[in-house]
Write a protein that binds this ligand. Sequence first.
Ligand SMILES: *Cc1c(COP(=O)(O)O)cnc(C)c1O
Length: 474
Amino acid sequence: MLYLSTRGHAEQKRFCDILLEGLAPDGGLYMPVQYPQIDDAKLTALRETLQNQGYAALAFEILSLYIDDIPAEDLRALCNKTYTEAVFGTAAIVPVRQLEGQLMIEALSNGPTLAFKDMAMQLLGNLFEYELARRGEELNILGATSGDTGSAAEYAMRGKKGVRVFMTSPHGRMSPFQQAQMFSLQDENIHNIAIEGVFDDCQDIVKAVSNDHAFKAQYKIGTVNSINWARLLAQVVYYFAGYLQATSKNSEKVSFTVPSGNFGNVCAGHVARQMGLPIAKLVVATNENDVLDEFFRTGVYQVRGAAHTFETSSPSMDISKASNFERFVFDLVGRDGARLQQLFSQGVAQEGRFDLQADPAFKDAAGRYGFVSGKSSHADRLATIQDTYQRLGQMIDTHTADGVKVAREHLGAEPMIVLETALPIKFAATIEEALGHLPERPAKFDGIEALPKRVVVMPADVDQVKTYIKDHCR
Ligand SMILES: *Cc1c(COP(=O)(O)O)cnc(C)c1O
């Protein structure tokens, strides 16, 4: 399998080459040259694989369709090492449960940091370690986090050979639980840098360091952001696992509702659907930050500035610009790299928007590709958490609540699977606001706020961050 850039100007590459790269050199995102097709017989085989051998074996089957530069036995071993009951809490890894009627929930949030990003990041950690060892190289991952991504990256990379993580976060602005999760890690290859500033300051520092090409090359700086194709690919697997658990034969369809921010999660659903998985609808659920809902309703993609990006009680969806959206638009415009270039490097980059309202392709978003959308507010979130708990006896987190609210607006005859992207304990304050009491805490997190913390505090100063990296790079 070869990968091309959405903007059409980069050379085509194989999986392990794009694994360690971020954006393509032309500023685009990597996509497979085609989607491998799953026919009826193959889907039956995958059903048997999941039933008889479990999630890791299913993951191997899907990944091997896209990865041909890692020997099969090595790839299988990497999947087996990643998707274990010890790491993900259940033998099913992503168990599907009924909420009510045909409304179901697929739990993606039982990994080490209790959010769905573990599903991909844990695999990425093992892939990085494998590929860096094979090349005899090292990588220093520099990132910025406001919570979920940073902790998922640190738990995936801790103790991995050849990899160091330098994670910046806004000092004092993450929840005490999130801070404890990250700062209690004592692994030598994990470095927490709390920046005296806001999340944007952290992101600016990462950008400034990455734009210093000499520094970047000398100190082998890399990233693990959500545009990495390997992360997206790992996520494709749980759409298959969800479908196979919710159906008993291949003629049945299901729909998925996905709490969305950067469009990474639901883009994996799009890939699964393009491979032939019988998905009726892909429902994009946003919070008050509704750039994506606006696009799917109107055809206008209008990114927002920091002043128009709201801080909400489903904070992992507080985005103003969906970094993976370009992948879907690439398919929507018939994989026309020149058109894509025009929409993103002129439209979005220069005018902050593009408008496909009058473009015949726009009707394909819903028609041919099955996308619909909806949004949820703080009041909706509280009401959904209350109703789900009091009437149905299940406690859900704030992001999943956005999903459940929007899923109800798009119910059809087929099963509707809402992806559970985090556990309630991560957003305890809003749960308490909704229910009047705090969520239960999984035993392994008892008392983590009291553990010793490993973090350095620094002003928002690029040179100080660079010096810190230099000093801790060997
Ligand atoms: C990251 C995240 C999301 C959004 O996922 P995207 O891939 O950015 O659309 C939703 N919920 C939770 C809990 C997250 O951590």
